[in-house]
Design a protein. Structure first.
Length: 320
C-alpha cells in the first residue's frame, strides 16, 4: 500500500474523525476538507459543530456508536486512510480499535491529555518527563501514550497521540483565574469587586485554543512517518499563573484586579463543590508544557496565546 504521507501532494485520502463534532473537530474537519481530504465524521448522533463553516456541507456524517461490539468493523468498512480518534479514554478501548485497524490504515491519531503528567519537576515539562499521573483519567492517557510508542516500535503500527492542555473554544466556558469552569470570576473582575484566589495564586494553567489542537493533529497527518509512535503536547506558547491570569483579565475591562488570597480549605466555601474540586485538580497539576517537540518534528507553532484564546471565548458569550 502506498504511504499517504508520500503522496499528499498527488492525492488526498479518506479521513474518518471519531467525535469530529466537538471543540477540536470543529476546526480539524474544515482543515481536512480544505486540504482536499474526503472526511467522514463519525459519532453516535448528529450534533452541530461548535464553530460552523461552509466546509461542513462537504462532510459525510456517519452514525456509529463506539460502544457497540461491531464498531471497529464498521469503521474499517469505511476504508479510511487516516483515522482521528477524539473520544478515546482508555488503553483497552484504544487497543481494541488498533487491533481492527492494523494493516488497514496509513495513520491513526488519538487524543491524549496533559494530565498524563503529574507534578512537574522543571517547566515547561517535555513529553517524556514527569510521567506520574495523579488520577485515573491521566493514568489511562499515559498508558495510551506508551502503547502508541510500543505499537510502532514492535509492530510498525503508524500511531500518534496528541496531548492538549485546557481546551478553549468559542461557545464553551473556559477555565477561569480561580481554576474552575465558570464565568463568575470574570464578572467579578469586570465589576471591580474583590476576586478571591486559592492559596497564593501562583499555581499555573495551560490553555490551548481548539484551533491549535486541531493544528497539531493536522501537522502530524501532513508529516506522516516522523510522527509515528510519537506523542505531542498541544498547548499555548506559555502557561499562566492564577494571579497573572486574573490581572490580565481585569485589564480587558479597563480595571486593575483587586485580588485577595485564602488557603484552599477556606476558599472552597466561596464556590460550589464542583468548582472547588475542579480548582483543586487544576492546582495540583499546575501544567506547563513545552511545544518544542511539535516545532522540531512537525514544524508546528501555536497561533494563539492563552489570553487570546480566552478573550475570543468570552467574546462569544458577550462577556467582552
Amino acid at each position: 500500500m502506498e504511504r499517504l504521507c508520500d503522496v499528499l501532494e498527488v492525492r488526498r485520502g479518506v479521513t474518518a474523525v471519531i467525535g469530529g463534532g466537538g471543540k477540536v473537530g470543529s476546526y480539524l474537519v474544515p482543515m481536512l476538507v480544505r486540504a482536499g481530504f474526503d472526511v467522514d465524521c463519525v459519532g453516535r448522533g448528529l450534533s452541530e459543530p461548535f464553530v460552523k463553516s461552509p466546509e461542513w456541507d462537504r462532510v459525510h456524517i456517519v452514525r456509529f456508536d463506539r460502544r457497540e461490539e461491531e464498531f471497529p468493523d464498521a469503521l474499517v468498512a469505511l476504508k479510511p486512510d487516516v483515522v482521528v480518534d477524539m473520544v478515546c479514554f482508555t488503553e483497552k478501548e484504544m487497543m481494541r480499535l488498533i487491533g481492527a485497524l492494523r494493516g488497514r490504515v496509513e495513520h491513526y491519531l488519538v487524543c491524549g491529555s496533559m494530565w498524563m503528567h503529574g507534578r512537574s519537576d522543571a517547566v515547561p515539562v517535555r513529553e517524556d518527563e514527569c510521567r506520574d499521573p495523579l488520577e485515573e483519567y491521566g493514568i489511562e492517557k499515559e498508558k495510551m501514550d506508551r502503547a502508541i510508542a510500543r505499537e510502532y516500535a514492535e509492530r510498525s503500527f503508524p500511531g500518534t497521540i496528541v496531548h492538549p492542555g485546557h481546551i478553549v473554544c468559542p461557545g464553551d466556558v473556559p477555565i477561569n483565574p480561580q481554576g474552575c469552569k465558570s464565568l463568575d470570576a470574570f464578572r467579578t473582575l469586570r465589576e471591580g469587586k474583590t476576586l478571591y484566589l486559592p492559596n497564593f495564586g501562583m499555581e499555573t494553567l495551560h490553555h490551548v485554543h481548539a484551533e491549535d489542537v486541531a493544528g497539531v493533529f493536522f501537522a502530524a497527518i501532513q508529516t506522516g512517518k516522523s510522527a509515528y509512535g510519537e506523542g505531542f503536547h498541544a498547548v499555548s506558547p506559555r502557561a499562566v499563573t492564577l494571579t497573572g491570569y486574573a490581572r490580565e483579565a481585569a485589564s480587558w475591562y479597563g480595571k486593575e484586579a483587586d485580588l485577595a488570597y485564602e488557603p484552599y480549605e477556606t476558599w472552597k466555601a466561596r464556590v460550589s463543590k464542583e468548582d472547588a474540586e475542579s480548582a483543586l485538580t487544576h492546582m495540583l497539576h499546575s501544567p506547563s508544557g513545552s511545544m518544542e517537540k511539535a516545532k522540531r518534528l512537525l514544524d508546528f507553532v501555536p497561533k494563539h496565546t492563552s489570553y487570546e484564546a480566552v478573550r475570543e471565548c468570552l467574546q462569544s458569550f458577550g462577556e467582552l
